[in-house]
Design a protein around this ligand. Structure first.
Ligand SMILES: *Cc1c(COP(=O)(O)O)cnc(C)c1O
Length: 403
C-alpha cells in the first residue's frame, strides 16, 4: 500500500488498494467514467449540502437512527450482553437503502438521468428502484433469470416502483451474471448512466464509496453504546458478509479501535468442505472479480466456482477488498456459518425476542453459538435485514421438523 491514505479510517491508498487487495481492473472504455466518479465522490463526500440532504432523507424517509436494542432474553440465554443494531427496521427492510440514497444523490449531482443496478435476491434492486421512484429517475435493474423466478415478490415490487427488470440469461443466471450485464450496459451508455453497486465490491472507488455511505451504522452504534451502557466502546461487533457492505458499515468507526473485536460471518452453505459453499475468505485465493483484486473462490486454473448458500444475499464467489484485507491482517476474525446453524439462529432470535431476521443476518446471529463471550462483554450484532423475503424457507423448515 502507498503512504497516501484516501480515507481518515480505512487503510486505502489512492489507487484503491487495501494492502494487496482492491484496485480498478476495468475495460478501457470505462476509464473516464470511473475517473469522473472518483472526482465526484471526492468533491461531494464531505460537502455540507450533499450530506445535509443525505441525512435528512436518512432521518425522515428511511427512519434513522435505527435502534440499538438490548436483547434481554437472548443475553440471558448466552450469558453475556447482546445488543442488536436494527437495520431491519429501515424503509425497504435492510441496510441497502443507506447506500442507494447516497449513490443516487451523487448521480444527480453528476447530471446522470438513468440509473442501473444489479441485484441477486432483489433487496438492492428494490432499494435502488425505491430511490429512483422518489427522485423521478429512469431505472433498470439487472437480475439473473434464475433469481427472477425464485424472488418473484421482489421482482414485482421493483416493477410496481416503476423500474424495468432485465432478466439475464447468461452463465448461471444469478448475481455474478447480472453484474456482468450491468457492467456491459454501463460500457454502452457511459454518458447518461450511473451504475449503483449494492455492496463494497467492484472497481475503486466503489468499495470505498459504499463503505462510507454505510458507515452511518457504526457512527450510530458508537453513540448508542455510550448512551445505553456508559461505556465508550463495545467489546465485539458481529456482522454477516456477502460482498461486505453491512459489515463495512458496522465496523467502520471501530476499525482503528484495537480493543473492539470484529467478527465477520460468511456463508459456509452445506459446510466448507462440501463443495456447496460461499465461504470465500476461508477458501478463496487471490484473483480478479468484477474489477477488483480480492479473494475469489476459483479452481486452480482460475475458473470462478459457483457459490452456494441458503441465503441469496451471501451467495457470491468474491468478497470486498476491505474485508479480504481485514481478515488477512488479522484485524477481523472470520467464522463460516452453515445453512443449518443460520436457520437455528433465526428461530432462536424469533422465539426469544420476537424478531424474524433475514437469513443473511441469521448468519451473524449464529456466531453467538460459536464463540464464548464473557458475562461483562458488550456484543453488538448487526441485524442487516428483516426476514419477510425468507418466509418460504422458514416455513419449509417449520413443516419439516415441527420446531
Ligand atoms: C444484501 C444483503 C446482505 C449482504 O450484502 P453485504 O453487502 O455483505 O451487506 C446482508 N443482509 C441483507 C439483509 C441483505 O439484503
Amino acid at each position: 500500500m502507498k503512504d497516501n491514505k484516501l480515507d481518515s479510517i480505512l487503510p486505502v491508498d489512492e489507487e484503491g488498494y487495501y494492502g494487496d487487495f482492491g484496485g480498478a481492473f476495468i475495460p478501457e472504455i470505462l476509464h473516464s467514467n470511473v475517473e469522473r466518479l472518483k472526482e465526484a465522490f471526492a468533491r461531494y463526500a464531505d460537502d455540507a449540502e450533499f450530506n445535509a440532504e443525505y441525512e435528512r432523507l436518512l432521518a425522515d424517509y428511511v427512519g434513522r437512527p435505527t435502534p440499538l436494542y438490548h436483547a434481554r432474553r437472548l443475553s440471558e440465554h448466552y450469558g453475556t450482553n447482546i445488543y442488536l443494531k436494527r437495520e431491519d427496521l429501515n424503509h425497504t427492510g435492510a441496510h441497502k437503502i443507506n447506500n442507494a440514497i447516497a449513490s443516487v444523490l451523487l448521480a444527480m449531482r453528476m447530471g446522470k438521468t438513468r440509473i442501473i443496478a444489479e441485484t441477486g435476491a432483489g433487496q438492492h434492486g428494490v432499494a435502488v428502484a425505491t430511490v429512483c421512484a422518489l427522485m423521478g429517475l429512469k431505472c433498470v435493474i439487472y437480475m439473473g433469470a434464475t433469481d427472477v423466478a425464485r424472488q418473484m415478490p421482489n421482482v414485482e415490487r421493483i416493477r410496481m416502483l416503476g423500474a424495468e427488470v432485465h432478466p439475464v440469461e447468461s452463465g448461471n443466471k444469478t448475481l455474478k451474471d447480472a453484474t456482468n450485464e450491468a457492467i456491459r450496459d454501463w460500457c454502452s451508455n457511459p454518458e447518461d448512466t450511473f451504475y449503483v453497486i449494492g455492496s463494497t465490491v467492484g472497481p475503486h472507488p466503489y468499495p470505498l464509496m459504499v463503505a462510507r455511505f454505510q458507515s452511518v451504522i457504526s457512527r450510530e452504534i458508537r453513540k448508542q453504546v455510550k448512551d445505553l451502557t456508559g461505556r465508550d466502546l463495545p467489546d465485539y461487533v458481529v456482522a454477516c458478509i456477502g460482498g461486505g457492505s453491512n459489515a463495512a458499515g458496522a465496523f467502520y468507526h471501530f476499525i482503528d479501535e484495537p480493543s473492539v473485536k470484529l467478527i465477520a460471518a460468511e456463508a459456509a452453505g452445506l459446510g466448507i468442505d462440501s463443495g456447496k459453499t460461499a465461504a470465500t475468505m476461508k477458501l478463496g485465493s487471490v484473483g480478479i472479480i468484477h474489477g477488483s483484486k480480492t479473494l475469489v473462490m476459483q479452481t486452480p486454473d482460475g475458473q470462478i466456482t459457483e457459490p452456494y448458500s441458503i441465503s441469496a444475499g451471501l451467495d457470491y464467489p468474491g468478497v470486498g477488498p476491505l474485508h479480504a484485507y481485514l481478515a488477512e491482517s488479522g484485524r477481523s476474525e472470520v467464522i463460516a456459518v452453515t445453512d443449518k446453524e443460520a436457520l437455528d439462529a433465526a428461530f432462536r432470535l424469533t422465539r426469544t425476542e420476537g424478531i424474524i431476521p433475514a437469513l443473511e443476518s441469521a448468519h451473524a446471529l449464529a456466531v453467538l453459538d460459536r464463540k464464548q463471550f464473557g458475562k461483562d462483554d458488550i456484543v453488538v450484532v448487526n441485524v442487516s435485514g428483516r426476514g419477510d423475503k425468507d418466509m418460504m424457507t422458514y416455513i419449509s423448515r417449520l413443516n419439516q421438523s415441527n420446531i
